[in-house]
Write a protein that binds this ligand. Structure first.
Ligand SMILES: C[S@@+](CC[C@H](N)C(=O)[O-])C[C@H]1O[C@@H](n2cnc3c(N)ncnc32)[C@H](O)[C@@H]1O
Length: 337
């Protein structure tokens, strides 16, 4: 949404209240690394994190007068807490030159203020995504785990080609005498509300934005959409399932997914989390997600209702709130392979 100065005088990314759901979910996932990996004398492999849409570092929501850490500060803090945090790669791009300068300077200051330990190598770029991904890949050590945060404003800003380049960074290592392969861990925000409008023909856009985001020709996603419609699946859910299918070409485990609702109950975007790490996947599913959903139900909704005052909107929000936020089971039931 752009920049805003919060009451403490910090320049922040201006956000709506619904955005905090994405950050709390990201934090729940990062906590697995910072609080659980290496517990009980287990090894702590060196970890690199790549945040390709870093923005300012801090977010501010004027509806609630609250500030909180954005993705860049969350990942930096994770590497600080996790004792083998090794590399932090932040890309903060803005097509507007003045905003770009402000974004970069603010992010640099926020990162400097954290006083990260010397063991963490830091890189900051200001590149559009197609260049940023190549620059980031040149810093990947294929022998160690790496984690990627992809959080664009619009689906146009995150073509499937970019995601695929990251998915292909497979590494192999030996564990208990067996060869194991691992892909990067991925946190992706898919902007489903705009995609749904485009796919439903509500916007006149004809350069296959949907297809570029999903990595499909127009005919392919249209025919899949028709197929899902026959089963009574909404356009949004169909788009989510198509994206999940694409990701499962690379990952053995299905992505974990949450829908992020706006204050009035509409779905704004969907967060996908891909990891083939058994322990990480299990911890997220069994511990962190239920905690997150509880927080969403109690904390987030309470505030959303305060902001959204009209009765109808509250009713709608409640109705949508009953919908499953956590789609894994739903995906298994409907599509299950
Ligand atoms: C949703 S914001 C990121 C918020 C951030 N991840 C956080 O949690 O605070 C999207 C960011 O992408 C940047 N952006 C816009 N177009 C881009 C492009 N083509 N490539 C890379 N970044 C872009 C915007 O300037 C903005 O900073």
């Amino acid at each position: 949404m752009g920049s805003v100065t919060n009451p403490d005088g910090h320049v922040c990314e201006e956000v709506k209240w619904h955005s905090i759901q994405k950050h709390v979910f990201l934090e729940a996932y990062l906590d697995i690394w910072s609080e659980n990996v290496g517990k009980n004398g287990k090894p702590t492999p060196p970890l690199s994190i790549f945040d390709l849409y870093s923005s300012f570092g801090l977010c501010y929501c004027s509806e609630t007068s609250k500030s909180w850490n954005g993705s860049a500060l969350l990942v930096a803090e994770c590497l600080q807490k996790y004792k083998s945090g090794k590399l932090l790669f932040l890309n903060t791009y803005n097509p507007n030159e003045n905003e770009q300068t402000q974004q970069k300077e603010t992010l640099e200051k926020n990162i400097t203020d954290l006083n990260l330990p010397r063991r963490i190598e830091k890189f900051m770029t200001t590149l559009p995504i197609d260049e940023a991904v190549d620059s980031a890949i040149s810093h990947v050590n294929p022998n160690y785990p790496n984690l990627w945060i992809l959080d664009p404003y619009q689906p146009e800003h995150l073509p499937w080609d970019t995601v695929e380049k990251i998915c292909k960074l497979q590494r192999f290592y030996t564990k208990n005498g067996k060869q194991v392969s691992r892909r990067p861990e991925l946190f992706i925000c898919l902007m489903t509300s705009r995609l749904q409008r485009l796919a439903g023909g509500l916007y006149a856009a004809d350069d296959n934005i949907v297809g570029k985001a999903l990595g499909m020709e127009k005919e392919e996603w249209e025919s899949k959409l028709d197929h899902y419609k026959k089963y009574g699946i909404t356009i949004t859910d169909a788009l989510i399932f198509m994206y999940a299918e694409k990701l499962t070409q690379y990952y053995e485990k299905k992505p974990q997914m949450i829908k992020v609702f706006s204050n009035d109950g509409a779905i704004v975007y969907t967060v996908f989390l891909c990891t083939d790490n058994n322990a990480g996947h299990y911890m997220m599913k069994v511990n962190q997600l239920p905690k997150y959903l509880q927080w969403q139900e109690v904390e987030w909704k309470k505030e959303a209702k305060t902001i959204t005052r009209t009765k109808k909107v509250i009713r709608d929000a409640e109705k949508h709130g009953q919908e499953q936020a956590f789609l894994n089971q739903y995906y298994d039931d409907q599509i299950g392979t």
